[in-house]
Ligand binder design. Structure first.
Ligand code: ADP
Length: 486
């Protein structure tokens, strides 16, 4: 490729601790999911350095939490400006290591930056309370203070946004942070660290520990077991979330968990089908189906099933698959071979159990980790696609007959992250919105996430909310002051 990095300092390959990058004894390979080629060797953080990073974050804490909110806001704002100024470089790097098409990567940089901007503003709005005392001669107050040293473990599907959505509110609250990014996408994380250094965060306030899959597990243990780390914020699978929660039990750590989803997408008989198809394409095929809010089950009223399937098929057959660096592809590769195998397994299982294949269903002719956007009709609850997150480009239509049935099917899962439905009936809008057991509901939209809305799930999809005015509360503790006769 002829792409030239405007800012080559973003190409960092070693863990970032106490304000500088540290070469490691061993490295691990990061590859490009579109080509399978190695793009970088990245430092495999030693356990000793992981312990050091926690101590550095602790050392930096006192002075960081004693800065004014206004000065924290200024540094965060500088970081935001730098991320935006370097959006092209960051997007290119992200597509290289993650595979999503460049336009989508650029979109993520802007989305990721929006959390830094938002929490730069929210820093200044941390507010305590003065309470009415039930006794005379006492003043009762509540202070809000940063929790302390925080750990963040992040996934590969949003290499920048999942870091900024955690780190920005933590830093805004006066916490210091140790981040362990996903082994597949450390380069985006290190580029963010370099921009944080340029923005002027003091040494130790933000630290980034890179590691391969095995080292990630070991570093995870160190972070969870540490007495110094007061809070863990994690985005990833429910399975790993459960392990981390257990590991955090002995130290009673505060937790924020953004875990798996299994999003239903309900198309009622009174929906605008063209809008529903458009929303479905965005919700299902964004990031090749690899987001925790991607639709997994499309429930369509039987009276519009055929019409909806026809319209959807027409759109899906026009989707372009390819290397997001070289082409204008709208769908990139899957992250790895296991991800490809899982989609294939869900497709094969559905067809074996009687679903109809309308499009795709197999690896793409490009080979490697590319999979055809796939549409199946007449899926039912016995199929794997009805039971677990596919995390890939498989759209499965399940017919239903009544609103009650649709709601019951939608809620019949241990997950509760995102749900979607399409209707033009306002009474139904509120009835269904209230009945869905989900943390987020998109109504007549296929994409809803932004810095203003509280992002998070119920049931086994997690704990806590990110973004919004509530996101910073996750990093603040209340302190009650009771002051006797002054
Ligand atoms: P995904 O299915 O999206 O890859 P994972 O939950 O496996 O999600 O991974 C999300 C993050 O959790 C990554 O940073 C990964 O390195 C880390 N991780 C995976 N397994 C463990 C573990 N046992 N302990 C600590 N971190 C882990």
């Amino acid at each position: 490729s002829t792409f030239q990095f405007k800012n080559p300092s973003l190409l960092q390959t070693n863990p970032f601790v106490y304000g500088s990058f540290h070469a490691c004894e061993t490295d691990f390979e990061v590859d490009n999911p579109s080509t399978g080629q190695t793009i970088a060797q990245v430092g495999n953080t030693s356990i000793a350095l992981a312990h050091d990073a926690i101590l550095c974050a602790e050392k930096a804490l006192t002075s960081w939490r004693n800065t004014t909110a206004k000065s924290r806001a200024q540094i965060l704002r500088k970081w935001f400006d730098l991320i935006v100024d370097n959006a092209d470089d960051l997007a290119f790097l992200m597509t290289l290591e993650q595979g999503k098409p460049l336009a989508e990567a650029k979109g993520e940089v802007v989305y990721g930056a929006s959390f830094v901007e938002w929490f730069a503003e929210q820093t200044k709005r941390i507010e305590g309370s003065v309470l009415e005392s039930p006794q005379l001669g006492r003043e009762l107050l509540v202070l809000k203070q940063g929790i302390g040293v925080c750990a963040a473990i992040t996934p590969w599907n949003f290499p920048i946004a999942m870091i900024t959505r955690k780190v920005a509110p933590a830093l805004a609250a006066g916490c210091t942070v140790v981040v362990k990014p996903a082994e597949q996408t450390p380069l985006s994380a290190l580029a963010l660290a370099e921009l944080a250094r340029q923005a002027g965060f003091p040494a130790g306030v933000l630290n980034v520990l890179t590691g391969d899959a095995n080292r990630s597990i070991e570093i995870g243990k160190v972070l969870c077991e540490s007495d110094v780390v007061r809070k863990l914020t994690f985005t990833g699978s429910t399975e790993v979330g459960r392990i981390l929660m257990q590991q955090c039990a002995p130290t009673i750590k505060k937790l924020s968990l953004e875990l798996g989803g299994h999003a239903p997408f309900i198309v009622f008989e009174d929906a605008n089908l063209d809008k529903a198809v458009e929303g479905l394409i965005a919700s299902k095929f964004r990031n090749a189906g690899q987001t925790c809010v991607c639709t997994n089950r499309i429930y369509v009223h039987r009276s519009v099933q055929q019409a909806f399937a026809d319209k959807l098929l027409a759109k899906i057959s026009k989707l372009d698959v390819g290397d997001g660096i070289k082409t204008k592809a709208s769908i990139g590769p899957m992250i790895d071979e296991q991800a490809v195998a899982k989609v294939q397994k869900h497709v094969d299982d559905a067809i074996e159990k009687g679903a109809t294949l309308l499009h795709g269903g197999k690896p793409h002719a490009l080979g490697g980790r590319f999979f055809e956007p796939t549409l199946i009709n007449n899926a039912d609850h016995r199929m794997l696609v009805a039971q677990e997150e596919t995390f890939g480009p498989l759209a499965a239509i399940f017919p239903f007959d009544t609103e009650e049935q649709a709601i019951n099917h939608a809620n019949n899962t241990p997950y509760g992250l995102a749900a979607y439905f399409y209707t033009e009936n306002s009474a139904r809008t509120f009835r269904v919105a209230r009945a869905l057991e989900y943390g987020m509901v998109g109504i007549n939209v296929g994409v809803f996430s932004n810095e203003v809305g509280p992002f998070g799930g119920v049931k086994q999809s997690g704990l806590g909310r990110e973004g919004s005015v509530w996101g910073i509360e996750e990093f603040l503790e209340m302190k009650y002051l009771c002051i006797g006769t002054l």
